[in-house]
Each structure stands twice: as structure tokens, then as C-alpha cells.
Design a protein around this ligand. Sequence first.
Ligand code: GUN
Length: 286
Amino acid sequence: MTAQRIDGNALSQQLRAQVAADTAALKAQGLIPGLAVVLVGDNPASQVYVRNKVKACQDAGLHSVLEKYEATMSEADLLARVEALNNDPQIHGILVQLPLPAHIDAQKVIEAISPAKDVDGFHIASAGALMTGMPGFWPCTPYGCMKMLESIGYKLRGKHAVVIGRSNIVGKPMALMLLQENATVTICHSATPDLKAHTLQADVIVAAVGKRNVLTADMVKPGAVVLDVGMNRNEEGKLCGDVDFEGVSQVASYITPVPGGVGPMTITMLLVNTLESAKRALSAQH
Ligand code: GUN
């Protein structure tokens, strides 16, 4: 079997075109969806990420502001900026880029963001909403994975999904989203003794560990769907995921590549969340 690729760039393009159309419609009603991206310090990877997020907003017609601060910014000053953005009616989404400098308590900053503007979905209120099936914002990366499954018409009900990784940003919310769609979900992690015994049972596998070759062909049931959230570099410095792409492609029915898979979907879902936040703000006015 040679797996079909799920093309994250193509799907992103489609979804971003829809975001742009909806944004234009909102503008006609006098509301421009706005995202504020806050970067503290000069982490090179973060600089690239925030630039891409702001550019994606501009391309889709959203209003965006990028606030950059020195690494020496105090926690109190950052909390004051977040509070100002909470009260800014032109801003519907607030994203504080992580990691923050060590002297700032990142969780405290995240909890200071109004849940109504928490388009990253990292606030405990957002996590609680996801856990209980209430309306709220879903973290962008696992949300993007769900959209990728939807794009191939995959029905999760009664299927067995195995998530490898238990981070608050990907693994745990991913498991809850799959559960919400009535999959049977197993979460595997670094203390799981026999990972392969679990993955061989899976109809869907999400690899979100951050380590190359976590998933190889011998660990995959023929016909399984494999989503690769990993972002690693190989010996030659080339971007690669957690999955042995060549090998697993021979066994799986669908697979997401790295790059060009889950990665572009993360920013796309940030736009989707920001647009949704603006729509909620508009309906709250009426
Ligand atoms: N750092 C790496 N990924 C992310 C993300 O999705 N959101 C934020 N805020 N910071 C990040």
C-alpha cells in the first residue's frame, strides 16, 4: 500500500480563503477581526513564528498588531499589556508567544488573557471547555489535525485512536477532541513500556513527541491513518517529523508529510479562532 498524503498546504489555502471571505463579510458589517501577537525577547524561532502569524492575518484581511518587547520586560509590565489588550475592542484574539523569558511565569500570563480572546486555547478555562464539550477555543495544532481528518471524510466514531505524547498543547487536547468524536482513545507517553503493542491496534495514530522515528512501519496496522505533529531536524539539517515517512507510507492509508502537513494548519486554525472570536463579539453586541 502507498499512503495518500494529506496536504496541509492545500487544505490551509482552502480554509484561509474561507476565512478571508468571512472576514470580508464581517467588514461589510463594520467589524474587522483583530489579532494581537506579543513577543518578549529575541528567540530566533519565535521571531519567525510570529512573523508568519502576522503575515497570515494580513493575507486573509484580518487586522493584526505585533508587540515586541525586550527580554528584560517585567512580568508586571507584560500582565499590564495583556490587560490592555483584553479591554481593546479592536482585538479579538491575544497570542503571547511561548517560551517566555525565565523570570516571567508563563502560566500566570496565559491565565491573564481573557478566555473570550484566548485564540491559542491555552487558558485553563479553554482547556476546561474542551474537556466538558462546552464552547471555547481549541488549541490550534490538534484542531488542525481534526480538520485534516475531516478533509478526508474520516469517521472517528468507534475507531481506535492512539496519541503519542501528552503535552498540554497537543497530546492532551488531541485526545479530548478525538474522544469528543466518539473514538476510543489511548494516550501513550515516555513511560509507556510497549508503544508498538498500542500503535499496532490503532486505526488513527497521532505522533506528537518531538523525536525522530518514534513511529516506524513495523508499528503501524495496514490501512491506518497517521498524523505527524513532529518538527525535528535530521543529520543534514532537513526538517522532519516524528514518523519514518518513507517506511510508514508503505503501510498506512493516509499520512501527513513534514513539512507541508500539520505545520501550516496550526496558523490556519489561529485565523479560524480569531475570526470565530470576532463573530462571537459581534453577536454579543446584537
Ligand atoms: N510557541 C510555539 N508554538 C506556539 C503556539 O502555538 N502558541 C504560542 N503562544 N506559542 C508557541
